[in-house]
Design a binder for this molecule. Sequence first.
Ligand SMILES: Nc1nc2[nH]cnc2c(=O)[nH]1
Length: 470
Amino acid sequence: MSPLSNQAQTSSAIPASQTTWIKNPLDVFSGAISGPDAERDLRGGIVIQGSQIIECIAAGQQPVTAVDQQLDASDMVLLPGLINTHHHFYQTLTRCLPAAINQPLFPWLQTLYPVWAGLTAKHIEVATEIACWELMLSGATTVADHHYVFNHALSEAIDIQAEVVGRLGVRATLTRGSMSLSQKDGGLPPDSVVQTEQQILDDSLRLIKRYHSAEQGSMLNLALAPCSPFSVTESLMCDTATLAKEQGVRLHTHLGETIDENDFCLRTLGMRPVDYLEHCGWLGPQTWLAHGIHFDQTEIQRLGAAQVGIAHCPTSNMVLASGICPTLDLAKAGCKLGMAVDGSASNDSSNMIQELRHSLMQQRLRYRADQITHQQVLNWASQGSAAALGRDDIGVLAPGKQADIGLYKLDGLNFSGAHDPLAALILCGASQVSTLMVAGKWIIEDADETRAQLEQLKLQHHQLAIQLVN
Ligand SMILES: Nc1nc2[nH]cnc2c(=O)[nH]1
Protein backbone atom coordinates (compact mmCIF):
# COMPACT_ATOMS: atom_id res chain seq x y z
CA MET A 1 0.00 0.00 0.00
CA SER A 2 1.28 3.48 -0.77
CA PRO A 3 1.98 5.65 2.28
CA LEU A 4 0.67 8.71 0.44
CA SER A 5 -2.70 10.20 1.25
CA ASN A 6 -5.17 12.92 0.23
CA GLN A 7 -4.76 12.66 -3.54
CA ALA A 8 -5.11 9.63 -5.79
CA GLN A 9 -1.40 9.59 -6.66
CA THR A 10 0.06 6.22 -5.67
CA SER A 11 2.93 5.92 -8.15
CA SER A 12 6.29 5.35 -6.47
CA ALA A 13 7.83 8.03 -8.71
CA ILE A 14 6.70 11.57 -8.03
CA PRO A 15 6.28 13.32 -11.42
CA ALA A 16 8.65 16.28 -11.80
CA SER A 17 5.84 18.80 -11.49
CA GLN A 18 4.20 17.20 -8.42
CA THR A 19 4.82 18.38 -4.88
CA THR A 20 4.68 16.15 -1.81
CA TRP A 21 4.61 17.32 1.80
CA ILE A 22 6.19 14.91 4.31
CA LYS A 23 4.11 16.34 7.10
CA ASN A 24 4.77 16.88 10.82
CA PRO A 25 7.32 14.14 11.58
CA LEU A 26 7.42 12.82 15.13
CA ASP A 27 11.06 13.96 15.21
CA VAL A 28 13.62 14.97 12.63
CA PHE A 29 17.37 15.34 12.17
CA SER A 30 18.64 17.61 9.38
CA GLY A 31 21.99 15.88 8.94
CA ALA A 32 23.97 18.88 10.24
CA ILE A 33 25.10 19.53 13.82
CA SER A 34 26.31 23.10 13.34
CA GLY A 35 25.56 26.04 11.06
CA PRO A 36 22.30 27.15 9.40
CA ASP A 37 21.26 23.63 8.31
CA ALA A 38 21.36 22.50 11.95
CA GLU A 39 19.44 25.50 13.24
CA ARG A 40 16.55 25.32 10.77
CA ASP A 41 13.28 24.14 12.37
CA LEU A 42 12.04 21.13 10.35
CA ARG A 43 9.33 19.85 12.67
CA GLY A 44 6.60 20.84 10.17
CA GLY A 45 8.26 18.58 7.61
CA ILE A 46 9.65 19.06 4.11
CA VAL A 47 8.19 19.55 0.63
CA ILE A 48 9.59 17.58 -2.27
CA GLN A 49 9.29 18.35 -5.96
CA GLY A 50 10.77 16.01 -8.55
CA SER A 51 14.08 14.78 -7.19
CA GLN A 52 14.67 17.70 -4.79
CA ILE A 53 13.63 19.14 -1.47
CA ILE A 54 12.13 22.57 -2.16
CA GLU A 55 10.90 23.68 1.26
CA CYS A 56 11.54 23.07 4.96
CA ILE A 57 8.67 23.84 7.30
CA ALA A 58 8.82 24.98 10.92
CA ALA A 59 6.68 23.35 13.62
CA GLY A 60 3.01 24.29 13.32
CA GLN A 61 3.49 25.99 9.92
CA GLN A 62 1.99 25.20 6.50
CA PRO A 63 4.02 24.97 3.26
CA VAL A 64 4.21 28.12 1.16
CA THR A 65 4.16 25.91 -1.97
CA ALA A 66 0.85 24.42 -3.11
CA VAL A 67 1.12 20.68 -2.37
CA ASP A 68 -0.38 17.95 -4.52
CA GLN A 69 -0.11 15.17 -1.95
CA GLN A 70 0.82 14.62 1.68
CA LEU A 71 2.34 11.92 3.80
CA ASP A 72 1.36 12.08 7.46
CA ALA A 73 4.67 11.38 9.25
CA SER A 74 3.43 12.09 12.76
CA ASP A 75 4.31 8.55 13.91
CA MET A 76 7.70 8.48 12.16
CA VAL A 77 11.18 9.95 12.63
CA LEU A 78 12.53 11.68 9.50
CA LEU A 79 16.22 11.42 8.62
CA PRO A 80 18.26 12.30 5.56
CA GLY A 81 19.09 9.09 3.69
CA LEU A 82 22.14 7.50 5.33
CA ILE A 83 25.30 7.23 3.24
CA ASN A 84 27.56 4.19 3.45
CA THR A 85 31.10 5.11 2.41
CA HIS A 86 32.79 1.67 2.27
CA HIS A 87 31.69 -1.90 1.65
CA HIS A 88 32.68 -5.09 -0.16
CA PHE A 89 29.31 -6.40 -1.40
CA TYR A 90 30.69 -9.79 -2.47
CA GLN A 91 31.57 -10.53 1.16
CA THR A 92 27.87 -11.13 1.94
CA LEU A 93 28.63 -14.59 0.50
CA THR A 94 31.28 -15.35 3.14
CA ARG A 95 29.69 -14.17 6.38
CA CYS A 96 30.61 -16.18 9.45
CA LEU A 97 32.82 -18.66 7.66
CA PRO A 98 34.13 -20.87 10.48
CA ALA A 99 37.70 -20.91 9.12
CA ALA A 100 37.83 -17.09 9.08
CA ILE A 101 35.99 -15.94 12.18
CA ASN A 102 37.96 -15.11 15.34
CA GLN A 103 41.04 -13.90 13.49
CA PRO A 104 42.71 -10.50 12.98
CA LEU A 105 42.92 -8.89 9.54
CA PHE A 106 45.94 -10.55 7.90
CA PRO A 107 45.13 -14.23 8.64
CA TRP A 108 41.44 -13.44 8.08
CA LEU A 109 42.27 -12.17 4.57
CA GLN A 110 44.63 -15.06 3.85
CA THR A 111 41.87 -17.52 4.74
CA LEU A 112 39.34 -15.77 2.52
CA TYR A 113 41.36 -14.81 -0.60
CA PRO A 114 41.28 -18.40 -2.04
CA VAL A 115 37.51 -18.55 -1.47
CA TRP A 116 36.96 -15.18 -3.16
CA ALA A 117 39.09 -16.40 -6.08
CA GLY A 118 36.07 -18.54 -7.04
CA LEU A 119 33.67 -15.59 -7.50
CA THR A 120 31.61 -15.62 -10.71
CA ALA A 121 29.46 -13.00 -12.41
CA LYS A 122 26.34 -14.51 -10.80
CA HIS A 123 27.89 -14.24 -7.33
CA ILE A 124 28.63 -10.55 -7.91
CA GLU A 125 25.15 -9.81 -9.21
CA VAL A 126 23.23 -11.51 -6.41
CA ALA A 127 25.60 -10.38 -3.63
CA THR A 128 25.32 -6.78 -4.84
CA GLU A 129 21.54 -7.03 -4.78
CA ILE A 130 21.43 -8.51 -1.29
CA ALA A 131 23.88 -5.97 0.14
CA CYS A 132 22.03 -3.03 -1.41
CA TRP A 133 18.65 -4.19 -0.10
CA GLU A 134 20.11 -4.78 3.34
CA LEU A 135 21.58 -1.28 3.32
CA MET A 136 18.40 0.35 1.99
CA LEU A 137 16.16 -1.45 4.47
CA SER A 138 18.39 -0.04 7.21
CA GLY A 139 18.07 3.53 5.89
CA ALA A 140 20.87 3.96 3.34
CA THR A 141 20.05 5.89 0.16
CA THR A 142 23.66 6.09 -1.09
CA VAL A 143 25.96 3.09 -1.15
CA ALA A 144 29.68 2.90 -1.88
CA ASP A 145 31.38 -0.34 -2.79
CA HIS A 146 35.06 -1.30 -2.98
CA HIS A 147 35.35 -4.28 -5.29
CA TYR A 148 38.99 -5.34 -5.56
CA VAL A 149 38.83 -9.09 -6.34
CA PHE A 150 39.25 -9.65 -10.08
CA ASN A 151 40.05 -13.29 -10.54
CA HIS A 152 41.12 -14.44 -13.97
CA ALA A 153 37.55 -15.22 -15.07
CA LEU A 154 35.87 -12.07 -13.79
CA SER A 155 36.61 -8.77 -15.51
CA GLU A 156 33.11 -7.30 -15.60
CA ALA A 157 32.38 -7.06 -11.85
CA ILE A 158 31.86 -3.28 -11.84
CA ASP A 159 29.65 -3.42 -14.94
CA ILE A 160 27.45 -5.93 -13.13
CA GLN A 161 27.30 -3.73 -10.04
CA ALA A 162 26.43 -0.67 -12.16
CA GLU A 163 23.54 -2.58 -13.73
CA VAL A 164 22.23 -3.70 -10.31
CA VAL A 165 22.36 -0.31 -8.56
CA GLY A 166 20.70 1.29 -11.59
CA ARG A 167 17.94 -1.32 -11.53
CA LEU A 168 17.35 -0.91 -7.77
CA GLY A 169 17.34 2.90 -7.94
CA VAL A 170 19.90 3.42 -5.18
CA ARG A 171 22.50 6.19 -5.46
CA ALA A 172 26.01 4.75 -5.65
CA THR A 173 29.74 5.35 -5.67
CA LEU A 174 31.36 2.28 -7.22
CA THR A 175 35.10 2.04 -6.88
CA ARG A 176 37.30 0.12 -9.29
CA GLY A 177 39.45 -1.72 -6.79
CA SER A 178 42.64 -3.57 -7.63
CA MET A 179 45.39 -5.85 -6.37
CA SER A 180 48.77 -6.15 -8.15
CA LEU A 181 51.18 -7.33 -5.43
CA SER A 182 50.91 -11.09 -4.90
CA GLN A 183 52.67 -13.34 -2.40
CA LYS A 184 55.48 -14.10 -4.82
CA ASP A 185 56.32 -10.37 -4.93
CA GLY A 186 56.09 -9.91 -1.16
CA GLY A 187 52.36 -9.10 -0.89
CA LEU A 188 49.55 -10.87 0.96
CA PRO A 189 47.14 -12.16 -1.75
CA PRO A 190 47.71 -15.25 -3.91
CA ASP A 191 48.39 -14.98 -7.65
CA SER A 192 44.81 -16.06 -8.46
CA VAL A 193 43.34 -12.67 -7.47
CA VAL A 194 45.87 -10.13 -8.76
CA GLN A 195 46.04 -8.42 -12.16
CA THR A 196 48.77 -6.63 -14.07
CA GLU A 197 49.07 -2.88 -13.66
CA GLN A 198 48.21 -2.32 -17.33
CA GLN A 199 45.04 -4.45 -17.09
CA ILE A 200 43.96 -2.44 -14.06
CA LEU A 201 44.67 1.01 -15.52
CA ASP A 202 43.02 0.18 -18.87
CA ASP A 203 39.89 -1.13 -17.18
CA SER A 204 39.80 1.84 -14.78
CA LEU A 205 39.77 4.29 -17.69
CA ARG A 206 37.12 2.25 -19.53
CA LEU A 207 34.84 2.25 -16.48
CA ILE A 208 35.24 5.98 -15.77
CA LYS A 209 34.36 6.83 -19.37
CA ARG A 210 31.37 4.50 -19.36
CA TYR A 211 29.79 5.18 -15.97
CA HIS A 212 31.10 8.22 -14.08
CA SER A 213 28.67 11.09 -13.79
CA ALA A 214 29.85 14.12 -11.80
CA GLU A 215 26.79 16.32 -12.07
CA GLN A 216 24.55 17.42 -9.17
CA GLY A 217 22.06 14.67 -8.37
CA SER A 218 24.31 12.05 -9.98
CA MET A 219 23.11 8.49 -9.37
CA LEU A 220 26.52 6.92 -10.12
CA ASN A 221 30.04 8.09 -9.32
CA LEU A 222 33.10 6.05 -10.22
CA ALA A 223 36.29 6.20 -8.14
CA LEU A 224 39.63 4.34 -8.24
CA ALA A 225 40.60 2.13 -5.32
CA PRO A 226 43.85 0.13 -5.16
CA CYS A 227 43.21 -2.16 -2.22
CA SER A 228 45.92 -1.62 0.43
CA PRO A 229 49.68 -1.17 0.87
CA PHE A 230 50.14 -4.93 1.32
CA SER A 231 48.32 -5.93 -1.91
CA VAL A 232 49.21 -3.18 -4.39
CA THR A 233 52.51 -2.21 -6.05
CA GLU A 234 53.93 1.25 -5.41
CA SER A 235 53.88 2.10 -9.12
CA LEU A 236 50.17 1.24 -9.38
CA MET A 237 49.42 3.54 -6.40
CA CYS A 238 51.28 6.39 -8.14
CA ASP A 239 49.83 5.76 -11.62
CA THR A 240 46.30 5.48 -10.23
CA ALA A 241 46.66 8.90 -8.57
CA THR A 242 47.76 10.37 -11.93
CA LEU A 243 44.84 8.75 -13.78
CA ALA A 244 42.33 9.91 -11.17
CA LYS A 245 43.63 13.48 -11.44
CA GLU A 246 43.46 13.43 -15.26
CA GLN A 247 39.89 12.07 -15.19
CA GLY A 248 38.60 14.10 -12.23
CA VAL A 249 37.59 11.12 -10.09
CA ARG A 250 38.20 10.36 -6.41
CA LEU A 251 40.66 7.94 -4.80
CA HIS A 252 39.95 5.34 -2.17
CA THR A 253 41.98 2.71 -0.30
CA HIS A 254 42.32 0.89 3.04
CA LEU A 255 44.77 2.76 5.29
CA GLY A 256 45.66 2.88 8.97
CA GLU A 257 43.59 -0.23 9.71
CA THR A 258 46.02 -2.35 11.74
CA ILE A 259 49.42 -2.34 13.43
CA ASP A 260 50.34 -5.19 11.05
CA GLU A 261 49.84 -2.78 8.14
CA ASN A 262 52.16 -0.20 9.78
CA ASP A 263 54.78 -2.91 10.31
CA PHE A 264 54.42 -4.07 6.69
CA CYS A 265 54.92 -0.52 5.38
CA LEU A 266 57.99 0.10 7.55
CA ARG A 267 59.51 -3.28 6.64
CA THR A 268 58.90 -3.29 2.87
CA LEU A 269 58.55 0.40 1.92
CA GLY A 270 60.71 1.97 4.61
CA MET A 271 57.99 4.42 5.62
CA ARG A 272 54.74 4.67 7.58
CA PRO A 273 51.38 4.57 5.73
CA VAL A 274 50.74 8.34 5.72
CA ASP A 275 54.24 9.02 4.33
CA TYR A 276 53.52 6.39 1.67
CA LEU A 277 50.20 8.10 0.86
CA GLU A 278 51.99 11.40 0.34
CA HIS A 279 54.84 9.76 -1.60
CA CYS A 280 52.28 8.28 -4.06
CA GLY A 281 50.45 11.60 -4.62
CA TRP A 282 47.37 10.69 -2.62
CA LEU A 283 47.45 13.18 0.26
CA GLY A 284 44.64 15.54 -0.77
CA PRO A 285 40.88 16.24 -0.64
CA GLN A 286 40.22 13.79 -3.51
CA THR A 287 41.07 10.83 -1.23
CA TRP A 288 38.95 8.98 1.32
CA LEU A 289 40.39 6.17 3.44
CA ALA A 290 38.71 3.12 4.90
CA HIS A 291 39.33 2.71 8.68
CA GLY A 292 41.94 5.40 9.54
CA ILE A 293 42.90 4.12 12.99
CA HIS A 294 46.65 3.86 13.55
CA PHE A 295 47.93 7.41 12.99
CA ASP A 296 50.05 9.48 15.38
CA GLN A 297 49.10 13.09 16.21
CA THR A 298 51.38 14.58 13.54
CA GLU A 299 49.88 12.27 10.90
CA ILE A 300 46.37 13.22 11.99
CA GLN A 301 47.25 16.91 11.51
CA ARG A 302 48.66 16.18 8.03
CA LEU A 303 45.57 14.19 6.99
CA GLY A 304 43.34 16.97 8.34
CA ALA A 305 45.27 19.76 6.58
CA ALA A 306 44.87 17.79 3.34
CA GLN A 307 41.10 17.37 4.01
CA VAL A 308 41.26 13.62 3.51
CA GLY A 309 37.99 11.73 4.04
CA ILE A 310 37.67 8.84 6.50
CA ALA A 311 35.24 5.90 6.32
CA HIS A 312 34.86 5.05 10.02
CA CYS A 313 33.94 1.33 10.29
CA PRO A 314 33.38 0.65 14.00
CA THR A 315 31.81 -2.82 13.82
CA SER A 316 34.47 -4.30 11.56
CA ASN A 317 37.18 -2.67 13.67
CA MET A 318 35.76 -4.36 16.77
CA VAL A 319 35.18 -7.76 15.09
CA LEU A 320 38.74 -7.92 13.72
CA ALA A 321 40.09 -6.25 16.89
CA SER A 322 41.81 -3.71 14.62
CA GLY A 323 41.52 -0.72 16.98
CA ILE A 324 39.43 2.42 17.62
CA CYS A 325 39.34 5.24 15.06
CA PRO A 326 40.35 8.63 16.56
CA THR A 327 37.24 10.21 15.01
CA LEU A 328 37.07 13.50 16.89
CA ASP A 329 40.80 14.16 16.55
CA LEU A 330 40.62 13.50 12.78
CA ALA A 331 37.52 15.69 12.37
CA LYS A 332 39.02 18.50 14.48
CA ALA A 333 42.15 18.41 12.33
CA GLY A 334 40.00 18.90 9.18
CA CYS A 335 39.26 15.36 7.94
CA LYS A 336 35.81 14.65 6.50
CA LEU A 337 34.46 11.95 8.81
CA GLY A 338 32.01 9.50 7.24
CA MET A 339 30.53 6.19 8.35
CA ALA A 340 30.59 2.70 6.84
CA VAL A 341 29.57 -0.88 7.59
CA ASP A 342 32.66 -2.33 5.79
CA GLY A 343 32.44 -5.70 4.02
CA SER A 344 29.93 -8.18 5.32
CA ALA A 345 32.57 -10.78 6.17
CA SER A 346 34.04 -8.54 8.87
CA ASN A 347 30.84 -7.10 10.33
CA ASP A 348 28.99 -9.56 9.56
CA SER A 349 25.97 -7.51 8.53
CA SER A 350 25.30 -4.45 6.38
CA ASN A 351 22.92 -2.63 8.69
CA MET A 352 23.61 1.09 8.50
CA ILE A 353 21.47 2.32 11.39
CA GLN A 354 22.91 -0.35 13.69
CA GLU A 355 26.39 0.78 12.68
CA LEU A 356 25.62 4.15 14.26
CA ARG A 357 24.74 2.49 17.57
CA HIS A 358 28.02 0.56 17.50
CA SER A 359 29.92 3.75 16.72
CA LEU A 360 28.33 5.61 19.62
CA MET A 361 29.23 2.85 22.05
CA GLN A 362 32.74 2.24 20.74
CA GLN A 363 33.63 5.93 20.51
CA ARG A 364 32.42 6.59 24.07
CA LEU A 365 35.19 4.26 25.18
CA ARG A 366 37.70 6.66 23.62
CA TYR A 367 36.03 10.05 24.16
CA ARG A 368 33.66 11.47 26.80
CA ALA A 369 29.98 10.42 26.77
CA ASP A 370 28.86 14.03 26.17
CA GLN A 371 31.17 14.30 23.13
CA ILE A 372 29.73 11.28 21.30
CA THR A 373 26.01 11.98 21.02
CA HIS A 374 23.33 10.38 18.86
CA GLN A 375 23.33 13.58 16.77
CA GLN A 376 27.09 13.21 16.25
CA VAL A 377 26.90 9.68 14.85
CA LEU A 378 23.87 10.62 12.72
CA ASN A 379 25.86 13.55 11.35
CA TRP A 380 28.80 11.29 10.43
CA ALA A 381 26.46 8.95 8.54
CA SER A 382 24.77 11.77 6.59
CA GLN A 383 26.52 15.13 6.05
CA GLY A 384 29.93 13.69 6.99
CA SER A 385 29.66 10.71 4.66
CA ALA A 386 28.49 12.97 1.82
CA ALA A 387 31.60 15.15 2.28
CA ALA A 388 33.86 12.06 2.39
CA LEU A 389 32.40 11.01 -0.98
CA GLY A 390 32.92 14.54 -2.33
CA ARG A 391 29.23 15.43 -2.56
CA ASP A 392 27.34 18.54 -1.43
CA ASP A 393 23.95 17.62 -2.92
CA ILE A 394 23.03 14.88 -0.43
CA GLY A 395 23.31 14.21 3.31
CA VAL A 396 21.29 17.19 4.56
CA LEU A 397 17.58 18.04 4.56
CA ALA A 398 17.57 21.54 3.06
CA PRO A 399 16.04 23.29 0.03
CA GLY A 400 17.94 22.45 -3.17
CA LYS A 401 19.31 19.14 -1.83
CA GLN A 402 18.35 15.78 -3.29
CA ALA A 403 15.16 14.21 -1.90
CA ASP A 404 16.87 11.23 -0.23
CA ILE A 405 15.04 10.41 3.00
CA GLY A 406 14.28 7.62 5.45
CA LEU A 407 11.22 7.44 7.74
CA TYR A 408 11.32 5.22 10.84
CA LYS A 409 8.38 4.02 12.94
CA LEU A 410 9.24 3.38 16.57
CA ASP A 411 6.74 0.54 16.97
CA GLY A 412 8.97 -2.28 18.21
CA LEU A 413 9.05 -3.47 21.83
CA ASN A 414 12.55 -2.03 22.13
CA PHE A 415 11.13 1.52 21.77
CA SER A 416 8.37 1.18 24.33
CA GLY A 417 8.84 3.77 27.08
CA ALA A 418 11.41 5.82 25.13
CA HIS A 419 11.09 9.58 25.64
CA ASP A 420 13.29 11.19 22.98
CA PRO A 421 12.37 9.68 19.57
CA LEU A 422 15.59 10.70 17.79
CA ALA A 423 17.80 9.37 20.58
CA ALA A 424 15.68 6.20 20.67
CA LEU A 425 16.56 5.41 17.06
CA ILE A 426 20.19 5.00 18.08
CA LEU A 427 20.07 4.05 21.76
CA CYS A 428 17.14 1.60 21.65
CA GLY A 429 18.54 0.08 18.46
CA ALA A 430 16.45 0.74 15.34
CA SER A 431 17.22 -1.74 12.60
CA GLN A 432 14.80 -0.97 9.78
CA VAL A 433 13.18 1.97 7.97
CA SER A 434 9.46 2.05 7.28
CA THR A 435 9.78 3.88 3.98
CA LEU A 436 12.71 5.11 1.91
CA MET A 437 12.96 7.68 -0.87
CA VAL A 438 15.88 8.20 -3.26
CA ALA A 439 15.90 11.19 -5.64
CA GLY A 440 12.17 11.74 -5.07
CA LYS A 441 11.19 8.11 -5.76
CA TRP A 442 9.80 5.73 -3.15
CA ILE A 443 12.17 2.77 -3.27
CA ILE A 444 10.65 1.18 -0.16
CA GLU A 445 7.01 2.02 0.50
CA ASP A 446 6.41 -0.64 3.14
CA ALA A 447 9.52 -2.35 4.53
CA ASP A 448 7.66 -5.49 5.62
CA GLU A 449 6.27 -5.98 2.11
CA THR A 450 9.73 -5.40 0.62
CA ARG A 451 11.23 -8.01 2.93
CA ALA A 452 8.57 -10.53 1.88
CA GLN A 453 9.35 -9.87 -1.79
CA LEU A 454 13.05 -10.60 -1.20
CA GLU A 455 12.55 -14.21 -0.01
CA GLN A 456 13.42 -15.74 -3.39
CA LEU A 457 16.53 -13.60 -3.77
CA LYS A 458 17.65 -14.57 -0.27
CA LEU A 459 17.30 -18.26 -1.09
CA GLN A 460 19.32 -17.87 -4.29
CA HIS A 461 22.02 -15.91 -2.43
CA HIS A 462 22.29 -18.53 0.28
CA GLN A 463 22.67 -21.32 -2.28
CA LEU A 464 25.39 -19.35 -4.10
CA ALA A 465 27.19 -18.81 -0.78
CA ILE A 466 27.21 -22.55 -0.06
CA GLN A 467 28.39 -23.33 -3.59
CA LEU A 468 31.23 -20.75 -3.34
CA VAL A 469 32.85 -22.36 -0.31
CA ASN A 470 32.47 -25.97 -1.50
N1 LIG B 1 38.41 -4.81 6.71
C1 LIG B 1 39.03 -5.10 5.57
N2 LIG B 1 40.27 -4.67 5.38
C2 LIG B 1 40.89 -4.97 4.23
N3 LIG B 1 42.12 -4.68 3.80
C3 LIG B 1 42.27 -5.23 2.58
N4 LIG B 1 41.16 -5.90 2.23
C4 LIG B 1 40.28 -5.75 3.24
C5 LIG B 1 38.95 -6.21 3.46
O1 LIG B 1 38.34 -6.88 2.63
N5 LIG B 1 38.38 -5.86 4.65
